[in-house]
Design a protein around this ligand. Sequence first.
Ligand code: ADP
Ligand code: GLC
Length: 485
Amino acid sequence: MRILQVASEAVPLCKTGGLADVVTALSEALVERGDEVTVLMPAYRGTIARAGATPAFELGDPLGLGHAARVLAAPLDDSGATVHLLQCDALFDRPGGPYGDEAGHDWPDNHLRFALLARAAAQIALASAALGGSIDVVHAHDWQAALATAYLAWWGVGRPATVFTVHNLHFTGRFPQAILPAIGAPSSAWSPADLEFYGEASYLKAGLVHADRVTTVSPTYADEIRTPEGGIGFDGLLRWRGDAVRGVLNGIDTRTWDPASDPALSIPYDAAHPAGKRDARAALQRELGLDPQTSAPIFGVVSRLTWQKGIDLWLGGAPAVLAEGAQLVVLGSGEPGLEQACLSLAAAYPGRVAVRRGYDEALSHRIFAGTDLFGVPSRFEPCGLTQMYAMRYGTPPIVRRTGGLADTVLDDDATYGAGTGFVFELPTVEACTDAMLRAIGAFRDPGRYAALQRRAMGRRHDWTASAGIYRDLYLEAAADRRRVP
Ligand code: ADP
Ligand code: GLC
């Protein structure tokens, strides 16, 4: 099959979160199965040079607004997948991040930037000769790519099948009705049956309505978003789409995330040779200025610091575990109040709490390896990748029972010592603290902790099974193309 993945980020070219990891790892897994995969993403500043991309074809002015665009091509990585960078310097060649400026304000023309991405995808898919053959499936990710499924449905004839994946329902891509003519939406689009959502146009909703198949990134999140509580206004539509909505659990890239070959570690390790983990732990303590204790359990967090991630619950549990002699490490950035709360804790506990603000890929690897227990206390979590990275590095995670966390971590107490981490139910400081203390209890029992680590490291997280499920879904979508309302 020929598959066009459409997304606003993909490693190694641009990453703000798990989406970037998933787009690339899924593409690699599909290539390994024999499919031909191209990832279409914007040519943000610096990406063309970093990818070594060369001009492939011109797209003209897809939106008809004087924004000429062209595509440059390069290998995505060494997997055999290709990346197509959508160049339109007026919209994408800017300082700052993919969605906003350095101060974190969204770009005011995001509705045009991501309409262009989607429209380019649709144009390429329809004029498939540009890729030297026909595209079977357009797989769009999150609201930034969602309109691709709508354009294809609106223009329809001879279109490929479409799949839309929701990585986070809370990012809805909402804009005023007035933008619709500029993005080339037909007048029929302004309807509750199409992209109208409580008086605004929602790009996310366009994907939920128009894609032949809708997926989200874990089975439990797929159930949650069909309830009034988890569906934040989309649950009725998601229920109405019935069996077209599926939960497919993300995998991880087990080559990039492998303590046995990780260049960020000085001594590699695996379940059979765990000594390197002790070295990684001592090195992390030195690097972050933590007291060099071997008996203190070290708790790690690598996360966006936002309400979703439950960082306040974790900080609420900190005093109790610090009183037990634990050390805490946090790497992240996000809401100023949460960043400040982390920094204040570090200031209050020198040598015991280390906080690094910002984004640091290599340090994140050293934290997964060098900590003893890992926190993902999210209020909601569509899938979550860090709990899987932590398990692979022999660092049992402490998670809330929600979304993909519920699908990937087994509580060691609830399973009478057959678990892979610790799970708490309610999004409260008390429940989070209780799980953190239970984890310390396990850490202090060396036989139990070593067995827990072995089970966590032995769990399979690779993409083989899920890539197969996506492939079946692509075939299903192709056989059952949705009729436009
Ligand atoms: P989300 O996409 O909601 O942020 P995920 O768990 O799916 O959550 O993915 C987060 C990804 O971003 C992981 O690869 C994680 O290691 C990475 N990450 C998050 N914060 C940082 C940071 N400050 N530095 C380095 N990597 C980070
Ligand atoms: C989103 C979700 C996260 C998921 C990631 C990749 O960012 O918040 O839970 O793991 O997408 O699918």
